[in-house]
Design a protein around this ligand. Structure first.
Ligand SMILES: CC(C)(COP(=O)(O)OP(=O)(O)OC[C@H]1O[C@@H](n2cnc3c(N)ncnc32)[C@H](O)[C@@H]1OP(=O)(O)O)[C@@H](O)C(=O)NCCC(=O)NCCS
Length: 169
């Protein structure tokens, strides 16, 4: 397994992985129209190329035998009021291909995320996770994150409640 920073040449691979992992995680528990709207808005070669070239976003890609199997993105962005720690940065997206869940990929990627966040001068890592995403919430708790509040995430036309979690770096 290899973890590296994404570059613009990874846009097509990242778009495909990001779209697939999001769909696999949330299609069964959400309205198909909201899912279609969100996929169209968020994922595509031009969207991910823009993110890979944005200096305010860092993308980490995990590869196994040359195939991308997980990714994470951190970004400088709006900070919810409930995030009180110093020098915060957002863990924006964190996704492992479903064939690789429960095999330690997520822990290795989280270690990489924390190193990258520290390298960028952050001291607090925060994230929003859907209140009904029990597996991710359990994973973040075992990775040292604590629940500090909530914010609203607009999924298509559906305003959903995300738990906000933070950890010190
Ligand atoms: C969230 C994610 C990155 C975690 O990676 P993972 O490899 O599945 O994580 P782990 O298996 O190490 O840890 C998950 C924990 O949740 C537990 N768990 C599994 N299903 C659960 C459930 N339905 N409810 C509560 N806990 C659950 C597991 O037992 C494990 O805890 P343990 O190690 O103490 O046994 C991965 O599941 C994923 O990519 N999910 C889809 C995308 C996603 O939801 N991303 C987060 C968006 S905010």
């Amino acid at each position: 397994m290899n973890i590296r920073r994404g570059v613009v040449e990874d846009a097509a691979v990242l778009a495909d992985l990001a779209r697939t992992t999001f769909y696999d995680a949330f299609a069964a528990s959400n309205d198909p129209t909201d899912m279609a709207v969100h996929l169209q808005r968020a994922y595509g070669v031009s969207q991910q190329a823009g993110e890979l070239q944005d200096p305010g976003i860092a993308t980490l890609l995990v590869e196994k035998d040359g195939k991308a199997i997980a990714y994470a993105q951190i970004r400088d962005h709006h900070i919810p009021d409930c995030v009180k720690g110093p020098a915060p940065i957002e863990l924006w997206r964190f996704y492992v291909d479903r064939g690789w869940h429960g095999q330690g990929i997520a822990q290795a990627l989280m270690d990489g995320v924390k190193s990258e966040a520290r390298r960028r001068g952050a001291r607090t890592l925060w994230l929003g996770v859907w209140e009904h995403n029990a597996r991710a919430r359990a994973f973040y708790a075992k990775s040292g994150f604590a629940d500090v509040g909530e914010h609203i995430f607009l999924f298509g036309s559906d305003p959903q409640t995300d738990r906000v979690m933070t950890t010190m770096l």
